[in-house]
Design a protein. Structure first.
Length: 218
């Protein structure tokens, strides 16, 4: 167990990624869906510092997009804040749900399966008419090729005056020309986070983006 939690040797997600060697975006998506190493890798993550004392019950619901082992939603729910969890990792998803049930926090955490019409859809939690007071995306966008599509869906799903909190360490090295980027940390494809967020979002801190429109979207 400690070797897995410590990401030692073959228990590191780099090793699992190298073993499956995804060759396109679809194979990369299925790597994350079935990954074993990411369950343990994310279990050791502490709740993000930005969650402590930042939100109130009026801030909810807060969506943790690709919420790992559930550390963030547990922290929020224990503060009485309604939140939602989604993610395509099957082991992580079910482990997080188990932890919420064990703490009897089911009334404060909604689990949104990454499916739509029986097809895998990582953006299912962002489909209208869902709207959130805040969306958390810690260490997730750098794993998504053409990440800007996901960000645009997030912007639509944030209610007027809401926010997106993201931390996205993209790979700085350029991918070889003509090859699909299937690295664990992909590049941003030349699209800056400012461009991906669009004109309605303004940056308010190291990882905070605030929605500025006063009127609801149609």
């Amino acid at each position: 167990m400690m070797k897995r939690l410590g990401r030692e040797g073959v228990h590191h997600f780099d090793s699992e990624h190298a073993f499956w060697h995804p060759g396109n975006s679809e194979e990369l998506r299925w790597f994350y869906l079935s990954s074993v190493t990411y369950l343990f890798a994310n279990a050791v993550h502490k709740p993000h510092d930005q969650l402590l004392g930042t939100f109130t019950p009026e801030s909810g619901p807060v969506l943790d997009f690709s919420g790992g082992a559930g550390n963030n939603v547990i922290t929020l729910a224990e503060q009485g804040i309604a939140c939602a969890y989604t993610g395509i990792g099957l082991l992580e998803y079910n482990f997080a749900r188990y932890r919420i049930r064990r703490r009897k926090l089911e009334g404060l955490v909604e689990f949104i399966e990454p499916y739509s019409n029986f097809q895998l859809d990582p953006l299912s939690a962002l489909l209208p008419p869902r709207q959130y007071g805040c969306i958390l995306a810690f260490d997730v966008l750098e794993h998504i090729p053409q990440y800007e599509t996901t960000v645009r869906a997030m912007v639509i799903a944030v209610r007027p005056g809401g926010c997106i909190c993201e931390s996205s360490p993209f790979e700085q090295k350029k991918q070889a020309k003509g090859r699909v980027d299937t690295r664990i940390h992909v590049g941003n494809g030349g699209v800056s986070m400012h461009e991906a967020m669009g004109e309605s979002m303004s940056k308010k801190g190291l990882c905070w983006w605030k929605e500025g429109r006063a009127e609801p979207r149609t």
